[in-house]
Write a protein of this length. Sequence first.
Lengths: 296, 52
Amino acid sequence: MTLATEPETVDLRESKGWRRSKNQLATGLMVLAIVVVTLPLGWVIYSVIKRGASIISWSFLTSPIPPVVAPATTGGMGPAVLGTFLITGWATLMAVPLGILGAIYINEYGGRGPIAALVRFMADVMTGVPSIVMGLFIFSIWTLHFGFSGFAGALALACLMLPIVIRSSEEMLKLVPNSLREASYALGSTKTRVTITVVLPAALAGIVSGSLLAVARGAGETAPLLFTILTVTQANRNVFHGPNTALATQIFSNATQPYPGAESRAWGAALTLIAIAFILMIAARIVTARFTRLAR
Amino acid sequence: MPSVIANEFGEASGVQRSALIGLGVLLFVITIIINLAARLVITRSARRTAGA
């Protein structure tokens, strides 16, 4: 009678062989890839903090920009901080509402139609346009006729931010499940009502974080501002008239100077810019978390 | 090309300014061509996966 014999215990774990070492090799390569990806970011942040932290203070953020020959301890970047906020703010006001409306059209109304395909294609092309070409474009259609102003810079930044807002909002609207829309239609809502009260709130968190990413990207752009705001050193509260200044262009003009004071002010401005972008990212995260909690 | 535009545009006027704007147009055309090529590759691979 051999029916009741115990089944032979089989060790399912791999013996030390080629497959195990292949696994370890792949894990090692993945860790290496993570290090390669994060190393440049860490390095950039480290070097900017190392050279910029010593000059940053409240007075650096508020006091006027001194002549380039002034030593590092005098003056600050106040006008540039003000200009960055004004110009980026105006650009956001123009690009974000338009971008979200465009994304709603593409995803909710346009569908597979030719106009939606055209808008999508144009947004793709706009994403690829070099930022300096946007600067030249605004220079030739706006600055040549109305002169240098912060608003021209805001227009150029808005052109850069618009495609990012459109594409990220569109992706977020795509993620909204169709069953939500159908349920709302079944209750008798019109298309406008479905879009405003059901689809938009469901996608709001993603749209907000995508828009803030676009804002952070716009705040850091240098090239489109070079010919549109004519980087000056005086503060200019009027966005619509007269040359303006911004952090990114101040970094460009100060870092190319041979004077140590100007160079360290450029590092300080770089750290300020990184801090602004970082704060925007954190704000995006907080907003996203809050809205997703409300939506549940 | 972008760095040439950025560096020389500040002190350019007349013909040189036109030339730099022309350089910008060339840069724009190059990016559009690359974009179209990328789109072609994507639609082609999408058609292949849809057909399979």
